[in-house]
Design a binder for this molecule. Structure first.
Ligand code: FE2
Length: 496
């Protein structure tokens, strides 16, 4: 059994800070060796641009006060290409880098590390990019190769931190020093790629996850993992065509899948055309099946064509399954699979039309009632994960504004109201991760944490917002020594 206290005692942390020995302040521990030229590309510029250094720094300056009792690691994943691309580059393709802030006794430390995947090591050895982009037309000299970048999210479960990438297995990373352990296949039992958005049941402690395959059937597989990390079951789910399926949802009794028409076509890819195409004619469905059932038990509900990157939550209400997610009419243009060298003309996140949206699927009649819950562009939804799969009142999203999220929205679904937390002029944040207070008195008793980039200073902060006083200034701003590029998903590893 994993013992956090024992682990801490034997780890590189002591007294709540990184033990640096002689390293001193803001030590650059690894620098990208490249002097190669980075091409013009929307996702390689501004705060999308990668950082070249791995840094460790303790005793960070805090504006405000880190809440008492917060002891843990906020860790966020995101793309940070080690070398300029061979030709094209898409935001989803950069080498995974973790950015972590350790909080303890009101003090804060920061560390960032590349995830040393096999592809990262291969390119480091070569001293340049080796893997082509998904956007590069394949040829005899450019056969398609896919690098498991481990760049999308992180899962903390059975005492392991796993960096996730939806087209391959997880990569285990040690905490707190973020050293890469290696690919993690659950004792060789993992039979499919591993979504970046698994769900941990707050009651049973199980992980529910899926993987999709773009080139061979089964196009979808689903697994249940026990609290110990043992894979209890894996089943195939029949899909008529390969689609990009980024997230799903669970309720107390059901797993909920989104079969949406961002369709992959190998022939198109071979011709050098965009490999994915949003095809509303192909239709859209929500699939619902008992969590431990065989995949043949899935029942499909037709919905209006759309795309969903991220669900907020799902739960049962009488004979209905309620699903809440950020939904757009089509695949968001900001992440379309097309080359983006002309940054000035590239759509930014404000052009995305994803809004918070709800589907109510009636299990007896098969009918679906669907509609928007808001009209503001919003993404990266999160909840208090003690309510995963159960009726949840509060949800948190980034509000699309300018180059990234200009603030955070706190939705009160019961009152059909919301509160906005403004990051301020020239400041843009990422996903807000909910961190519950120890002995929390209510669902919203906790904090939202996110990295905010300040264009005025060129640096980033960890911002901690009190969810019960949401519009107020952050209770704490941990000033980081460096810039944290815009990235994807994070988690809180509670070490108290
Ligand atoms: Fe995601």
């Amino acid at each position: 059994m994993f013992d956090r206290r024992e682990f801490l005692a034997t780890s590189a942390w002591a007294g709540g800070v990184w033990v640096l020995g002689e390293l001193g302040e803001c030590q650059a521990e690894l620098v990208s060796p490249t002097s190669q030229k980075w091409p013009a590309n929307y996702f390689l510029q501004g705060n999308f641009a990668p950082v070249a250094e791995e840094v460790t720094e303790t005793e960070l300056k805090v504006v405000g006060k880190v809440p008492a009792g917060l002891h843990g690691l906020f860790v966020r994943n995101g793309p940070n290409p080690q070398f300029p691309p061979l030709r094209n580059y898409h935001w989803f393709e950069g080498d995974g880098m973790l950015h972590a802030v350790l909080l303890r006794d009101g003090k804060a430390s920061y560390c960032n590390r590349w995830i040393r995947t096999d592809g990262w090591k291969e390119e480091r050895k070569a001293g340049r990019a080796v893997y082509p982009s998904l956007l590069d037309p394949p040829s005899g000299t450019n056969p398609p190769r896919f690098k498991n970048t481990a760049n999308t999210s992180v899962l903390w479960h059975h005492g392991k931190l796993l960096a996730l990438w939806e087209a391959g297995p997880p990569t285990e990373v040690r905490i707190p020093d973020l050293e890469t352990v290696g690919l993690y296949t659950f004792g060789g039992k993992l039979k499919h790629p591993f979504t970046a958005h698994p769900k941990v049941d707050p009651v049973s402690g199980e992980v529910l996850c899926f993987g999709y395959n773009l080139v061979a059937k089964p196009y979808l597989q689903y697994s249940v993992i026990e609290p110990s990390g043992r894979i209890a079951s894996t089943t195939d789910i029949d899909l008529p065509r390969p689609v990009m399926m980024h997230d799903f949802a669970v309720t107390a009794n059901y797993a909920v899948f989104l079969d949406l028409p961002e369709v992959f076509n190998l022939e198109r890819a071979i011709r050098g055309e965009p490999p994915f195409k949003f095809d509303p004619e192909a239709g859209a469905r929500i699939g619902i099946m008992p969590r431990r059932a065989d995949g043949t038990a899935i029942r499909w509900f037709t919905i209006s064509p759309c795309y969903v990157f991220h669900t907020l939550n799902a739960w049962e209400a009488g004979d209905e399954v309620v699903v809440v997610a950020c939904r757009s009419q089509k695949f968001p243009p900001i992440v379309e699979f097309v080359p983006t060298p002309n940054a000035a003309e590239h759509p930014n996140i404000q052009d995305s039309e994803a809004v918070l949206y709800q589907w109510r699927c009636h299990l007896k009649t098969g009918k679906v009632v669907e509609g928007p819950l808001d009209d503001r562009g919003a993404e990266f939804p999160r909840i208090n994960e003690r309510f995963t799969g159960r009726p949840s009142r509060f949800g948190y999203c980034g509000r699309n504004g300018g180059e990234m999220f200009d603030g955070l929205i706190r939705y009160d679904l019961a009152r059909q109201s919301s509160t906005f937390h403004n990051h301020g002029p020239g400041r843009f944040g990422g996903e807000g991760v909910f961190v519950p207070r120890r002995d929390a008195a209510s669902e919203d008793d906790g904090w939202l944490m996110t990295y905010v980039f300040d264009r005025n200073t060129g640096k980033s902060e960890l911002v901690i917002v009190d969810c019960r006083d949401f519009a107020a200034p952050p209770v704490a701003r941990v000033l980081l020594p460096v810039r944290v590029p815009y990235g994807f998903h994070g988690t809180w590893v509670d070490l108290a």
